[in-house]
Design a protein around this ligand. Sequence first.
Ligand SMILES: Nc1ncnc2c1ncn2[C@@H]1O[C@H](COP(=O)(O)OP(=O)(O)OP(=O)(O)O)[C@@H](O)[C@H]1O
Length: 250
Amino acid sequence: MSALDIRGLRKAFGGNVIIPDVTLELEQGLITSLVGPNGAGKTTLFNLITGFLRPDAGVVHYKGRDLVGLTPQKVTRRGIARSFQDLRLFNDMSVFENVLVGQESSLSLWGRKQHYENTEAVLERVGLSAQRDTRASELSYAERKFLNLARIMALDVDLFLLDEPASGLDGPSRQTFHALLRSLKAEGHTVLLIEHNLDIVREVSDRIAFLNKGEVMAFDTPDRIFADDTLTDLYFGTANRKKEASACSS
Ligand SMILES: Nc1ncnc2c1ncn2[C@@H]1O[C@H](COP(=O)(O)OP(=O)(O)OP(=O)(O)O)[C@@H](O)[C@H]1O
């Protein structure tokens, strides 16, 4: 069954066509990774799906209805939550408050007691119960990443769009992240993940969509994608240039 059905999506900024024509179908209950070189249009696609940007053309069908034209808040209410690369935490609030506020501002139909109980449960899941009263600004990098994840896992949604949730995590934290993704999947959630680390992509993905210059060049299982030299050359060529550039500038 299809969880999200994107047809003919197009977006240009000024005269610059960033997404010429994207068609992509996510299967319910699977983890799909969206990979591609820097600037391929991955985050733009997230913005188009979630109402942060309006496409010039195309449809985004979710549960049989088109999401195009809805505000981000309405998209969340339809059952889609997303995270951002830059962690949009409330630094002066506690860990608990960060999760609570996220739920309340999503206009959930739950009552306050349910929000409190849900917040406790989610913090337990991501391993932040002991830090529930700690200010977000005092958390370690990995803890902030997990708090970011907790904020959207607390929402009453079916589909999660995660923009580089594991970037910068070390080995043990990465295992925790994998376990969280597996638990979301076991609950029947659908996940679309933007991730640059191909080890993570290979380990967690059921499907990979390879985006290049705003077009889905390939959509397949990890084994088939990684066996395709054209795609790995395209990806690693760009990734290596990025690595060299950052080595030169540091
Ligand atoms: N609001 C905007 N106005 C103009 N150009 C934009 C805007 N948003 C994105 N772009 C351009 O669209 C292109 C795709 O950007 P996007 O952030 O979607 O790529 P990405 O695949 O997510 O890249 P990365 O992997 O580096 O995060 C880039 O050239 C970017 O400069």
